[in-house]
Design a binder for this molecule. Structure first.
Ligand code: ADP
Ligand code: MG
Length: 697
């Protein structure tokens, strides 16, 4: 067996392992649960638990944990030993069906956004059999959903599973209309490309901003940035290569299909792309990937930064959420077919996505909103904060021809009629990848590029699944009554949809200033910051969407809105505090010391050479103290204002205050500090510079 065969999935209780280890009947019943979402019989759970335990013990596991995804965005776990006492004072290894199915972590320390009063601290975790259990650190990890006792979702997995169900239901209705009798199930698939930075641990440890905030709050640009574009796909440094190799091994053991790894645009920036899988598993895998990236980096004396903007002036990091939808019979519904009815089906699903993205621009934007990602979206490196879809010129022309019922040259001069004609062949856009589009069709999937590098991809996929489910529902509602004249009704529906939603299609340069104006003319939303975007989460249209499809209750939506706002405020509060203290404790004393050294030099020079002008030294002292004064004043204001911000009771107002008052002050403090860095002697500067951080890995 090759190395990868031996390694891959070796720590996962996956399908092959289940087939081997479970009694035949148990395996079949479990499989049914996994495929069709049937509820699991408790007797079966006992049988699965017992096999799982034996398998885990063979691999050195001593503990098990229910692994869940609270609304913090990171994962949580509580470990229990398999050990149970026996009557004769000994111990046996035990793991029951009940322990597999349900856990009761203390829920009081996880954010609930008011969903769970603290006196009612209990929540429970429930096994998610659609994501495989795995072993990490001698512990059996059981993927679970996390709910309150009254049934509200306290996590990111539950709504995702609900949204997967919602889109399955509606897509099945549409597929039936196209005569797909063999399809039992529709799944959405995701491949999440992950960008990250690596910095040397010894430099990281000397910067409180990196330690507390995950990003630098100061730092002048080095003489060489990324302008030469020599890093992108450049050769990978030995140390980084060793890291990637090690990372692959760790991920493969857990059955994570890490495939390509390359350098990104910025120095010290890299990317990992996995092979896509079901949305639920892809989400779990991405959480694990982020965790393991960090851990493996430590082993190599480095730190992996997942922040969206670790360095000002250098490209930030995102996560490209590649999304598609396919049947259990293996048909990708976003892939153009060869037969007329296949193409009509493709165009129908494509139009559902177009309609969904146009109607739910706001919640898609919110699914990529955070204090960290605000530094990235709209800067000239990442998609703008305006949502639009890139289809490529050819596909756009095809849609236009369908809409107008006019000839498309590729169609041999006929009226394009869906379900009657074969669509003209269009070349997949491989040359112009259009990296500036937030939402690009790439031949057989959509790539949502706004998502921040540190995000859980649950949020974006909940929105995609639910919004597209709603579009499909409306299509099905309209077409189900028209079975007699299906083709004509479909043509009418598709034309209407294109006409109404084509404003969201934009194939041009999303970084261009002109696009902002054009988008405004088209009536597209432009929500530049997180506090601008968040209120839209709780508007009537969106509450209706989520409650109609049973993805969120109204209370769950409000809780998420609150947690999101609170998180924004907390992040900015921490950043402001860190900045204030770094100025006081590090930058000010260091610059003062340098000034003193210069002044001493002047005094000594004048004592030796009474007429010496000491022009350079004197001017430098003046410039330094001018900047030091400015920084001092602004830093005092920043300290004052961040105290004021914390006192604002209304969360939305507090968030706005951070955006409008605190952030501009942080920018001012930073400006003076960075100017000071440029003229302060290296040996006096109190922290590693950008040059150290990004070039010395
Ligand atoms: P590249 O963008 O480097 O050309 P691909 O387009 O093949 O590479 O894939 C980019 C990402 O999209 C990968 O993570 C891949 O697994 C994912 N992907 C490919 N097909 C699908 C699909 N049908 N559904 C979801 N993700 C997909
Ligand atoms: Mg990509």
């Amino acid at each position: 067996m090759s190395r990868i065969n031996e390694l891959f999935g070796s720590m996962v209780f996956n399908d092959a392992t289940m087939r081997e280890k479970l009694p035949k009947e148990t395996y079949k019943a479990l499989k049914k649960t996994i495929q069709n979402g049937k509820t699991l019989d408790p007797a079966i759970a006992s049988s699965v638990a017992s096999a799982m335990k034996d398998w885990a013990l063979e691999r050195g596991a001593t503990h098990y944990t229910h692994w869940f995804q609270p609304m913090t965005g990171v994962t949580a776990e509580k470990h229990d030993g398999f050990i149970a006492p026996t009557d004769d004072g000994g111990a046996i290894m035990e793991f029951s069906g009940k322990e597999l199915i349900k856990g009761e972590p203390d829920a009081s320390s996880f954010p609930s956004g008011g969903l769970r009063a603290t006196f009612e601290a209990r929540g429970y975790t429930a096994w998610d059999p659609t994501s495989y259990a795995f072993i990490k650190d001698n512990t059996l990890y059981i993927p679970t959903a996390f709910c309150s006792y009254s049934g509200e979702a306290l996590d990111k997995k539950t709504p995702l599973l609900r949204s997967i169900e919602a889109i399955n239901k509606q897509a099945m209705r549409v597929l039936k209309l196209f005569g797909n009798e063999d399809v039992k199930n529709v799944i959405t698939t995701v491949g999440a490309e992950q960008e990250y930075f690596l910095v040397d641990k010894k430099y990281f440890d000397q910067r409180n901003d990196l330690i507390y905030c995950g990003r630098t709050l100061f730092g002048a640009m080095p003489p060489k940035g990324q302008e030469l574009d020599d890093h992108y796909f450049g050769s990978i440094k030995t140390r980084v290569k060793a890291y990637m190799r090690d990372l692959d091994d760790e991920l493969w053991k857990l059955g994570i299909l890490a495939k390509t790894e390359h350098n990104e645009a910025a120095p010290a920036q890299h990317e990992l792309a996995p092979i896509y899988t079901t949305t639920n598993i892809a989400t779990d895998h991405n959480q694990l990937t982020m965790e393991i990236m960090k851990r493996v980096a430590e082993r190599h004396g480095m730190v992996c930064l997942l922040h969206e903007k670790p360095f000002e002036g250098i490209n930030g990091s995102g996560k490209h959420n590649n999304w598609s939808i396919s049947t259990d019979t293996g048909v990708n519904l976003l892939e153009p077919g060869k037969l007329p009815h296949e193409n009509a089906q493709f165009i129908t699903f494509l139009c559902a996505a177009i309609k969904a993205v146009d109607e739910y621009q706001d919640i898609l934007r919110i699914s990529a909103a955070s204090a960290g990602n605000d530094h990235r979206l709209g800067a000239n490196e990442a998609p703008p904060a305006i949502i639009s879809i890139f289809l490529g010129d050819e596909l756009t022309q095809i849609l236009e021809s369908i809409e107008g019922g006019i000839d498309y040259e590729g169609a041999g001069g006929r009226d394009l009629q869906l379900g009657v004609h074969v669509l003209p062949h269009f070349a997949q856009d491989t040359t112009d990848r259009n990296r500036t589009s937030p939402f690009a069709f790439t031949g057989n999937k959509f790539e949502f590029r706004m998502v921040g590098s540190s995000f859980s991809i649950s949020g974006p996929n909940v929105v995609l699944n639910t919004a597209i489910a709603e579009a499909l529902k409306q299509f099905a509602d309209e077409l189900e009554g028209e079975k007699e004249n299906f083709t004509a009704a479909l043509n009418k529906l598709i034309k209407k949809t294109i006409k109404k939603h084509k404003r969201i299609i934009f194939n041009g340069n999303g970084y261009d200033e002109a696009w902002v104006k054009e988008a405004e003319k088209r009536g597209l939303l432009n929500l530049p910051t997180t506090p601008d975007a968040l209120p839209e989460f709780i508007n009537e249209k969106n509450i209706k969407l989520f409650t109609d499809h049973k993805v969120f209750t109204e209370a769950e939506i409000h809780s998420r809105y609150e947690i999101h706002l609170e998180n924004y405020c907390k992040v900015l509060g921490i950043e402001a505090n860190t900045m204030v203290s770094m100025v006081k404790k590090y930058i000010t004393p260091s610059v003062a010391e340098y000034i003193k050294a210069l002044a001493t030099t002047v005094n000594e020079l004048k004592a030796a050479v009474p007429n010496a002008a000491c022009k350079a030294e004197v001017e430098l002292i003046e410039k330094l103290s001018e900047l030091l004064n400015a920084m001092y004043e602004d830093n005092n204001s920043l300290e004052r204002e961040s105290v004021s911000a914390k006192k604002i009771a209304d969360l939305q107002k507090r968030a706005n205050y951070y955006r409008d008052t605190v952030i501009p002050l942080m920018d001012k403090v930073r400006f003076s500090a960075d100017e000071l860095e440029l003229i302060t002697a290296k040996k006096y500067w109190p922290m590693p510079t950008y040059s150290d951080l990004i070039y010395k890995v």
